[in-house]
Design a protein around this ligand. Structure first.
Ligand code: GAP
Length: 513
């Protein structure tokens, strides 16, 4: 990671702690690795992100409903889903640094470095020639063709090795690509081994009753096993979707980069049930919809891109990620998968219960195909926080840190600040607070000078500050300060709601999608 990006992540982490967004779990006991708690401002932001997703999925689509299934599920669920046998990561250790890596990530990083070389060659050539044919250059330039061959070969070998669980072949690929450990700089690798990522525990208080169960590694299976319950009770007709927000747990061996890869995290998943043969149409539909949803946040369309999966999961016939430009570079934010009928078919087999849909138009029963959209809530939180975090030098030479969080998602929409506590200003401010609190999440503060209070509101991303001063007592006007521009203007108290309503409203944000 380049230094500047490294610093950005460090600054975001310390800012999150200082301003009550995210704390290390069990911090007074020195923390628990890759587990985090959301503080008073973090919980508000997280809830607003959930609302943005939930409302978009369930309110904006009349054929999608939401459920809330349990974290614990019958252990056979995970046998049927393939997680007991196949939810593994290939791991490798460097013997000198004692650091542990995911073998596939090491290979992908090495491939990305070769791709960078190609991109640089293209950039150089494009500058050199007035008319530049990129496709021609890629297929004829000797060096570039050689690089591309290396990439293709590495991808094929990795796909074969992972597909057949051949860990020796995976190790050989690391050796042949001459991959070095970024910490020790050596190529002294152990063998590659498979690790299952599911946490398990026991259910039942009496020893002989105990039964090994798992903490769900994805929320999707709670949707699959309820497919018929929802379809029948909701009288749903295909195509239709079931959405869910909930915790998931993975014993990530290499957990790092703050809340990007956690052991306990939250997913927002939607399974869209379609007629077999129509899945690719819906796959494209959801790719476009989900990208639009992300970009509507206004963090910069250039910070999102699609990344097609070369190594498909055991359940998918097409899959891609929406990647986001995190401080560590472009990484997966959301997965969109065409999961075929794998899950429902497998649950039918393992449970012995029919999980079929009767299509009255076709007059036939079938197991629907599924297109899934799955976004990590914590990753989304990190994407918003890291792009919103801005350090600014002001004209008067001072500095401020401002979180330019999309206003509809900001923890507080408006701060009510009496210039001073005395002369009845506090009472007037409280009255305004008590009027606005039914419509907006408000913040009240009367300590410290007004400049310091503005800075604190900037630092937690509050889009508006209302200041109550002596003139307020005479003419019922206040100053309203806008977070992003720091501009202030005087408005009537009765106009506050209408001035801020549109820009902080979830409905207005949803209408833009
Ligand atoms: N049901 C499909 C599924 O779980 P996934 O790609 O493994 O697919 C979906 O996970 C999303 O969940 C990812 O795109 C990511 O945003 C989030 N996610 C996965 N593992 C995570 C982790 N360890 N920490 C935080 N978020 C994670």
């Amino acid at each position: 990671m380049a230094n500047q990006e490294d610093n950005l992540l460090k600054n975001v982490i310390s800012h999150s702690k200082e301003y009550g967004f995210i704390f290390q779990s069990s911090e007074i006991y020195d923390g628990l690795s890759a587990v985090y708690d959301y503080g008073q401002n973090g919980a508000e932001l997280k809830n607003n992100i959930k609302e943005y997703w939930w409302k978009f999925m369930t309110m904006m689509h009349e054929n999608i409903v939401g459920i809330d299934s349990a974290i614990f599920m019958h252990p056979t669920v995970w046998k049927a889903s393939g997680h007991v046998d196949a939810f593994n990561d290939p791991m490798v250790d460097n013997k000198d640094s004692k650091k542990r890596y995911r073998a596939d990530v090491l290979v992908e990083d090495a491939i990305a470095k070769i791709q960078d070389k190609i991109d640089k060659e293209v950039e150089k050539a494009a500058k050199r020639f007035e008319t530049f044919d990129k496709a021609m250059f890629l297929s004829t330039n000797g060096r570039v063709v050689e690089y591309q061959k290396k990439i293709d070969e590495a991808n094929t070998r990795m796909k074969d090795a992972l597909g057949s669980s051949n860990m020796e072949a995976m190790k050989q690929l690391i050796v042949d690509m001459e991959i070095t450990d970024p910490v020790s700089g050596t190529k002294n690798w152990t063998d590659v081994r498979q690790f299952n990522l599911m946490f398990s525990t026991e259910m039942g208080s009496v020893a002989e009753d105990t039964n090994k169960i798992y903490l769900r590694p994805e929320t999707a299976q709670g949707i699959f096993v309820n497919f018929l319950n929802v379809q029948k009770t909701g009288r749903m007709k295909i195509p239709f979707g079931i959405a869910q927000i909930g915790k998931a747990f993975r014993n990530e061996i290499v957990a790092r980069q703050f809340i990007f890869r956690m052991r306990e995290f939250e997913q927002m998943e939607m399974q869209f049930f379609v007629k077999p043969g129509e899945e690719m149409k819906w796959y494209e539909f959801w790719k476009a919809k989900r990208m639009k949803w992300h970009q509507t946040l206004g963090l910069g369309a250039e910070n999102y891109r699609f990344h097609d999966h070369l190594n498909l999961a055991h359940y998918a016939n097409a899959a891609c990620d929406i990647q986001f430009n995190f401080p560590m570079g472009f990484k997966e934010l959301e997965g969109i998968h065409s999961r075929t009928d794998f899950d429902l078919k497998s649950h039918e087999k393992f449970s012995g219960k029919k999980l079929q849909y009767f299509d009255s138009e076709e007059n036939q029963n079938y197991i629907p195909y599924v297109v899934e959209t799955s976004v990590g809530l914590d990753r989304l939180f990190l994407s918003i926080l890291s792009k919103s975090y801005t350090e600014e030098k002001l004209e008067d030479g001072s500095e401020r840190v401002v979180l330019r969080i999309p206003p509809a998602l900001a923890p507080h929409k408006v701060a009510i600040l009496p210039l001073m506590k005395k002369d009845g200003l506090a009472e007037k401010a409280e009255a305004i607070f008590n009027d606005l609190k039914f419509d907006f999440r408000c913040f009240y503060e009367d300590k410290d000078n007004i400049g310091k209070r503005y800075r604190r509101m900037d630092a937690i991303g509050t889009p508006y500050c209302i200041t109550v001063d002596h003139q307020t007592l005479q003419d019922d006007t206040v100053t309203i300060r806008v977070r992003d521009t720091m501009k202030q203007e005087r408005i009537a108290i009765h106009a506050i709601k209408s001035v801020i309503q549109d820009s902080v409203s979830m409905a207005a944000l949803l209408k833009k999608i």
